[in-house]
Write a protein that binds this ligand. Structure first.
Ligand SMILES: NC(=O)c1ccc[n+]([C@@H]2O[C@H](COP(=O)([O-])OP(=O)(O)OC[C@H]3O[C@@H](n4cnc5c(N)ncnc54)[C@H](OP(=O)(O)O)[C@@H]3O)[C@@H](O)[C@H]2O)c1
Length: 199
């Protein structure tokens, strides 16, 4: 598996720290050129490699850590998303009418035609996500949801590899609804910083 994080702000860097902690290679990209991101990437760790957006999108698993409204711009960067897994770490702080009545990840999935979409890593504030997920002998919980179990299972394995305890909530519009932000309405599991003693 190869990984990229698109968006290198608070959440992108928090996730990069998680990869660096476990020595897992990850590309990071934003609208800025790689040279602009490289010093911060290197400061996080040697496995965090700044790339152009185009090069980063060669990864098979891509984490979206851009402001919600920017996801369409990212989607346009590839002619086809077939074969890719997209992890949606975004929260939609946009008026409900802009989502066509859908949960935000279902709306995002429409832009990434052909990709398998998993929602995850969106329910914690950046500082919590950046911190060591092993706390008092427990593992910080990451909620995952998606309509494609073939994609959710490897993302759960990644979360585990990063030291988190993945909890699968099922399909986006079932358990997944608990981790969706729409407008200023937060799903009941957002900001719930939970730990699991056994993985
Ligand atoms: N902050 C939190 O605590 C938190 C918690 C949970 C979820 N989230 C969600 O995570 C996402 C990111 O939030 P954040 O706080 O990390 O935001 P942020 O600090 O503003 O970072 C956003 C990043 O996205 C990049 N970006 C913007 N437009 C882009 C585009 N079209 N293509 C590529 N890169 C682009 C920006 O870099 P350039 O300007 O260089 O392009 C920047 O690195 C949001 O959807 C937010 O709802 C945030």
């Amino acid at each position: 598996m190869s990984y990229a994080i698109v968006g290198f702000g608070a959440i992108g860097q928090a996730l990069a720290r998680a990869f660096a902690r476990k020595n897992i290679k990850v590309a990071v990209a934003s609208r800025r050129p790689p040279e602009a991101l490289a010093p911060q990437a290197q400061a996080i760790g040697p496995t965090v490699v700044a790339k152009s957006l185009r090069d980063a999108l060669e990864a098979d698993t891509i984490i979206l850590a851009v402001p919600f409204g920017e996801h369409r711009e990212v989607a346009k960067a590839l002619p086809s998303w077939k074969g890719k897994t997209v992890i949606d770490a975004m929260n939609a702080l946009v008026p409900l009418e802009e989502l066509d009545g859908l949960l935000s990840s279902a709306f995002v999935a429409k832009a990434f035609t052909g990709a398998k979409l998993v929602k995850g890593f969106n329910h914690l504030i950046a500082a919590k996500l950046a911190a060591d997920p092993i706390v008092e002998g427990g593992h910080r919980v990451i909620f995952l949801s998606g309509d494609d179990e073939d994609a959710t299972a490897p993302v759960a394995a990644l979360a585990k590899q990063l030291g988190f305890a993945p909890v699968k909530l099922g399909k986006l519009n079932e358990g997944g609804a608990l981790v969706h932000a729409r407008g200023r309405v937060w799903g009941q599991l957002i900001f719930q910083d939970l730990f699991k003693k056994e993985q």
